[in-house]
Design a protein around this ligand. Structure first.
Ligand code: NAD
Ligand code: GLY
Length: 371
């Protein structure tokens, strides 16, 4: 990596790995993959690259060129862009491709794309031959700051999102922030909701940095992007280190805004609201709930509203959802944090710190849908 790049170490004992973040770093994929796998340049490198139809050209093709120029054997498999590809049927097709490629435990699977490609390819890598080497090359902002870090892999079941999957850490993550240049505006802004979330849940100083760099965020300024992605990766790595398998309640803080958001996404029909858009509205509802419980004041709500609005994220519950408070509650009761009918919410007590709270009056939860 050149001198402007940043390295974030994910400290998980024997499953530790590095996240290399830099602009224009895709051509280093072969060198980094060899480093992460402990292979010398004269040792064989067989690569199975999974990507989608929007990312193939130029990004996955650039990865392929870099790998084959460095002497690797490369097979690229391209799935249709979109959440529907995160399915057992698609995983099964990838298993067939791996058989044809004569993959073995020395073969490395590289996911080049957003969270859909990362979750799908990670699941396939985790399960084929009881585990192939895995490298993430995220190309959406959401995948850079969230899904490529922490080892959650999986596919959807018709009855539920992410129902089939496993924890499987990659050997390394390469983040080339230049790949964000081709990301559609709505997808980019959706990723910014998760970025802002990290400020609220863990880091008041970072929240202040975001408030002071609105122009850089909106214009995708390379220096701002590099700092933002690196800080979010550090913050997520610190949570994953404490609670890799989500058994201690620590990892749950990443779900700030998500209890409301999951209900909004499910009820408006998946894809109508992008995930980050639903999270943006969910964080506003969550902060109102925190205020109703006397945990924060109006100023903390306003700061979040102003920042989310400044990066053009929605902050108001759509009217058609406001008309269905009972359905929203029903959906929330399906949330994995719900225990014996007690809805749990991750709520701030200041900008930079959250706690998981239960035993909240249901009328109060519904009232916070309204601005
Ligand atoms: P996505 O992978 O569907 O990507 C969004 C869109 O952007 C797609 O159309 C994709 O083709 C396109 N795209 C990706 N990179 C591009 C680029 N550089 N230029 C142009 N187009 C590009 O969606 P996402 O938001 O990245 O990820 C959402 C998925 O991630 C969901 O399935 C969600 O469940 C999962 N997720 C997983 C975790 C985890 O911890 N594993 C965390 C959060 C979300
Ligand atoms: N995206 C939430 C987690 O990784 O736990």
């Amino acid at each position: 990596m050149n001198s402007s790049g940043q390295n974030v170490h994910v400290d998980l004992g024997s499953r530790s790995y590095d996240i290399c973040i830099d602009a224009g770093s895709l051509p280093q994929i072969a060198e980094l993959t060899r480093l992460w796998l402990g292979r010398t340049p004269d040792q064989a490198l067989r690569c199975f690259v999974v990507t989608d139809t929007n990312v193939l050209q130029p990004h996955a093709n650039a990865v392929k060129l870099a790998l084959s120029t460095a002497g690797a054997e490369v097979q690229v498999v391209c799935v249709k862009a979109g959440e529907a590809s995160k399915s057992l049927a698609e995983a099964s097709d990838l298993f067939d491709e791996l058989v044809d490629f004569k993959a073995d435990r020395k073969t490395v699977v590289l996911a080049v794309g957003g969270g859909v490609v990362g979750d799908l390819a990670g699941f396939v890598a985790a399960t084929y031959a009881r585990g192939l080497l895995f490298v993430q090359v995220p190309t959406t902002l959401l995948a850079m700051v969230d899904s490529s870090v922490g080892g959650k892999t999986g596919v959807n079941h018709p009855q539920g999102k992410n129902l089939i999957g496993s924890f499987y850490q990659p050997a390394g993550v390469l983040i080339d922030t230049d790949t964000l240049a081709t990301l559609p505006d709505r997808e980019y802004r959706s990723g910014l909701a998760e970025v802002i979330k990290y400020g609220v849940i863990q880091d008041a100083e970072f929240f202040g940095y975001l408030e002071n760099n609105i122009v850089g965020l909106n214009e995708r300024d390379p220096a701002v992007l590099r700092h933002v992605v690196a800080r979010c990766c550090e913050l997520k790595a610190s949570v994953v280190k404490e609670d890799e398998y989500e058994t201690k309640g620590v990892r749950a803080i990443l779900n700030y805004g998500h209890t409301y958001a999951h209900a909004f996404e499910a009820l408006s029909g998946y894809g109508v609201l992008l995930h980050g858009e639903a999270v943006s509205i969910g964080m506003v509802c969550g902060s109102r709930l925190a205020k109703s419980l006397g945990r924060i004041g109006e100023r903390e709500i306003q700061r979040q509203l102003e920042l989310l609005t400044a990066v053009q994220l929605p902050v108001v519950v759509p009217l058609e959802l406001l008309a269905k408070p009972d359905d929203i509650l029903k959906c929330m009761l399906l949330d994995k944090k719900t225990v014996a009918g007690d809805l749990k919410f991750v709520l701030p007590d200041s900008i930079g710190h959250v706690e998981t709270i239960g035993g909240i009056d249901r009328k109060m939860i519904v009232d916070c849908l309204h601005s």
